[in-house]
Structures are given as structure tokens and as C-alpha cells.
Design a binder for this molecule. Structure first.
Ligand SMILES: Nc1ncnc2c1ncn2[C@@H]1O[C@H](COP(=O)(O)OP(=O)(O)OP(=O)(O)O)[C@@H](O)[C@H]1O
Ligand SMILES: [Mg+2]
Length: 165
């Protein structure tokens, strides 16, 4: 696991199951107000990662690609919510604005696929994950934290997933 700097972590996945396991570790740490951006080409594994995230966070709801409904909502028995936005089909940042991300963040955490399409409406502080296809079942994931909350989150994730400080 190469450590690029203290706010960046690079990881490799050799299977969809491994990506889901990484997602579970990350999801377990999410709190209301957290923003996680997942950037990567079609099929790079964004939705697969979210499947693990929702499960690790504690939702029994099934995760599907929100490409057509734009935003999915997952619930947990304690009433908390996780929002899963797919910006692929958004025509403009103002269309994204109408989805009202600020309100979502007061009510839960927000995970976004294709975040680069709505960069303008995203808070500066977030965890940014870049996923890339390497081979049939091989993916490269780079986690970059911006802001104190996400630096702490990434450090805890690194510890949970790899057992290193
Ligand atoms: N290591 C891996 N991690 C994640 N997915 C993998 C891996 N190896 C193979 N796959 C396969 O790649 C595909 C990833 O699809 P997924 O829907 O997660 O991608 P996506 O990034 O959300 O794409 P889209 O931009 O279309 O929403 C799945 O079919 C999955 O089984
Ligand atoms: Mg997807």
C-alpha cells in the first residue's frame, strides 16, 4: 500500500468483493455531513464501492446505480440516511443545485458518482476517490482527503483497512 502523502492513500483491488470490502471499511466511518466523491470511468467500480459503503454504514437497503433516478437514498434502522447521487446525466450545475445537496448534508452523508460534472456545487472539503481500470478485475483506487474532517477520516480508514498509522 503506497502512501503518497499523509492525505493520500493508494490502494489496489483485485476483485469486486475486495472493492466492496474496502467500501465497507469506509462506510462504517461515515457521519452526516460527509461528502465522498467517486471519480472514474464507466465500469471502474464506483457503484461497487458504494455497495460496500452502504452495507458497512449499516443499511440493509440494496444499492443500485442511480443513473436514471439521479439520487438514491439508503436508510439505517436508527433513521439516519445516506444519499447516493449519480451526476452522469445531469445537464448543468443548476440542475444539480435543484437536488439541494446542502439539505441532504444536514440529513445524512452524500456519495457522488461523476462528481467532476458538478464540481461547482460541492463543498471544498471532501474525500475524493479516483478509481481506474487496470485489468479485468484489477482496479486502482486513490483516496485524497481535503479538510480536517476528511484527513481524520482517511487516517482512521487507513488504520482500519491496513493497520498502519
Ligand atoms: N476489482 C474490481 N472492483 C470493482 N468492480 C470490478 C472489479 N473487477 C471487476 N469489476 C466489475 O466491474 C464493474 C464495475 O461496475 P460499477 O457499476 O461498479 O462501475 P461504475 O464505476 O459505477 O460505472 P458507471 O460509471 O457506469 O456508473 C462490475 O461489473 C464489476 O463486477
Ligand atoms: Mg455507477
Amino acid at each position: 500500500m503506497p502512501i503518497l502523502d499523509s492525505n493520500t492513500l493508494e490502494s489496489f483491488s483485485r476483485s469486486p468483493e475486495q472493492t466492496r470490502r474496502l467500501g465497507m471499511r469506509l462506510g462504517a466511518l461515515l457521519l452526516s455531513g460527509d461528502v465522498i466523491c467517486l471519480q472514474g470511468n464507466l465500469g471502474s467500480g464506483k457503484t461497487t464501492l458504494v455497495q460496500g459503503m452502504a452495507q458497512g454504514w449499516g443499511s440493509l437497503d440494496s444499492v443500485t446505480s442511480p443513473t436514471f433516478v439521479l439520487v438514491n437514498e439508503y436508510r439505517r434502522p436508527d433513521g439516519k440516511r445516506m444519499f447516493h447521487l449519480d451526476a452522469y446525466r445531469l445537464e448543468s450545475a443548476s440542475e444539480a443545485e435543484e437536488l439541494d445537496p446542502e439539505t441532504m448534508l444536514t440529513e445524512g452523508s452524500l456519495v457522488i458518482e461523476w462528481p467532476e460534472r458538478v464540481e461547482g456545487i460541492l463543498p471544498d472539503e471532501r474525500l475524493w476517490v479516483s478509481l481506474a481500470y487496470v485489468g479485468e478485475e484489477h482496479r486502482d483506487l486513490v483516496f485524497s482527503a481535503k479538510g480536517a474532517r476528511f484527513e481524520t477520516l482517511l487516517a482512521t480508514f487507513r488504520q482500519a483497512a491496513y493497520g498502519v498509522e
